[in-house]
Design a protein around this ligand. Sequence first.
Ligand code: MN
Length: 203
Amino acid sequence: MSKFSFPDLPYDFSALEPHIDARTMEIHYTKHHRAYYDKFMAAIEGTPLADMEIEDIFAGIEDHPAAVRNNGGGFFNHTLFWNIMGKDGGGVPDGKLAGAIQESFGSFGKFQETFNNAAATRFGSGWAWLCASAEGKLEICSTANQDNPLMKGIGCGNTPILGLDVWEHAYYLKYQNRRPEYIDAFWNVVDWKAVAKNFENAL
Ligand code: MN
């Protein structure tokens, strides 16, 4: 029994309609995410990596085969992505996270604009991230493929607390090539309570 398990989707496939359609959610979770998990398991089976924390695997990512990087990243990134969305999402954060956004970006609007730009301008496939340092400083970056900022030397570093998948498989059925429309729609399903929890854990 591996220490890594394939997580349940925390809501129904249709929960994020109309912003993210049920068919996309179903394929994304049952096919894409599942395949990353299965291939990650195959890549680490019988190796010392099977007993390591995923953060520690990412911290030494250049020492591991590409299959670990691509599929371990895909496994981790999608798990985080499902968890920062929800059917009662949208709006704006409050409390300590809202204060940190204000301090790091000047305003929620500036934060959103910077994040949207990172997501829209990522060439090809990848992710946009909001990352928090242990001191509570927030930064935005984007990464290619299934990389993430926990991988040594990748993106803005520190702990990703919010991520947006900008691979075409995440939006093509509903939005075709209109990535900016998908990015705009994403804000309607962001679960700020979940992001705030990730922020607390990063501190
Ligand atoms: Mn994806």
